[in-house]
Design a protein around this ligand. Sequence first.
Ligand code: IPE
Ligand code: IPE
Ligand code: MG
Length: 242
Amino acid sequence: MTALQVPHHIAIVMDGNGRWANKRFLPRIAGHKQGVESLKRCAKACDARGVRVLTVFAFSSENWKRPTEEVSGLMDLFAFALSREVEQLQADGVQLRFIGERQGLSARVSRSIEQAEVATAGNTRLILNVCFNYGGRWDIVQAAQKLAERGLSVTEAHLSQAMALAHVPDPDLVIRTGDEQRISNFLLWQSAYSEFFFTDALWPDFDEAALDLAIHSFSQRERRFGLTSGQLDSQAASAQAQ
Ligand code: IPE
Ligand code: IPE
Ligand code: MG
């Protein structure tokens, strides 16, 4: 039996909070609250399995178009959850990073982001990137703007270094919950060679067993990066011979 390959970096589109709440005749924000609990469970489970980077999609550039009440509820929940959870994240060795456009966020949300980032900056067990007011297109544009400002030529290497996730390797596995099979402007650049796993589990229901299914599926894939299976076999054979 071959050993389980655990992804170094997992990225997740945490979708289905609203439907989870609807099914229970609860307001949508109740689903988002439960989504925070699911994220805490997932981060712990990832750490326990040896995943070193977890990147989650919490609020997209497009989510501003939702009803005002839901948007303000999400902003409040975000700021509240951050201030409440920072101590525990600190104890668990989690380094929090916020990925997204900071302009346009309220002073309260910006402050809670800065405080959480400063408090957890020295942690090394798990990097948790929270994509908030994030869009993959925004990321590519802001990276291109940086190159222009710095007078750098437009190359893949320069763009990669200017992207918002330059501090971590590209995701090995991208999971989307909530029974949708689309990318919704998530990691457009970074997911070029990621494996994808779609599940109908709604995000608040995504538990350890669901995570294990995704990791197991990942572990069975052959990642070829454009090569042939034969080339991969001979690479593995020569690596073993050394
Ligand atoms: C994902 O859940 C969380 C955010 C987009 C903030 P949704 O709110 O999209 O849940 P559904 O898709 O309506 O069920
Ligand atoms: C993607 O979910 C964004 C987040 C999970 C934060 P959406 O629910 O916004 O995506 P669409 O609108 O169904 O594509
Ligand atoms: Mg959705």
